[in-house]
Write a protein of this length. Structure first.
Length: 192
């Protein structure tokens, strides 16, 4: 069809009208596509939630499943050294909250045995970050060790404005440390 019209001369100003119409239609098309993507994503999340409702209910009501989650978190982000105390660190506040909440739910803990160490960049306000992590973990500020500032970051500006450093939690109990590590060993062995 384009071949048939190749010699047709458009009236003056017609090309600019076509450009305007194309832009309007393209914008409308983007809005419709965006709306369709959001609807598909909402439906996908609903389907995922429906499929896993029983699993999540089991996780929230069964202490054994919560201990397995704690072990897996510790296996992924915890210290593997044999020091008689456990150490766990992460920069994600939700992961840290999950870890300390699971610890408190799975074990009868002495809250005085918690310690925190903040690892951050040189351009960050240590006191503000310590208050943030204290609020997240519910560990008092007096149980925080001196922050460790990354000397390599001196003179550099942090690119991620929402980065709150890494919070490292130590809990001084050889019994809890030993149990978590032993369950982790048995769990890993089950995959061999």
């Amino acid at each position: 069809m384009a071949y048939w019209c190749r010699n047709v001369v458009l009236p003056k100003g017609y090309a600019s009208k076509v450009k305007v119409l194309n832009r309007l239609n393209l914008s409308r098309g983007r809005e419709i596509a965006s709306k369709n993507r959001k609807e598909k994503r909402t439906a996908l999340f609903k389907d995922i939630d429906d499929k896993n409702r029983r699993l999540l209910k089991f996780f929230t009501t069964n202490n054994h499943s919560r201990k397995i989650a704690l072990v897996i978190l510790y296996l992924a982000e915890g210290s593997k050294t044999a020091r008689g105390s456990l150490m766990f660190g992460n920069s994600d506040p939700e992961i840290m909250l999950m870890f300390v909440n699971l610890m408190r739910e799975c074990y009868k803990l002495d809250e005085r045995k918690f310690r925190c160490t903040l690892q951050c960049r040189a351009d960050q306000d240590v006191e503000t970050l310590e208050r943030f992590w204290s609020r997240i973990t519910k560990i008092p500020l007096q149980q925080f060790y001196k922050a460790r500032v990354d000397k390599r970051s001196v003179g550099q500006i942090s690119k991620k404005h929402d980065y709150k450093g890494v919070c490292r939690i130590d809990y001084y109990s050889s019994a809890v440390d030993l149990e978590l590590k032993r369950i982790a060993q048995r769990l890993l062995a089950s995959f061999k």
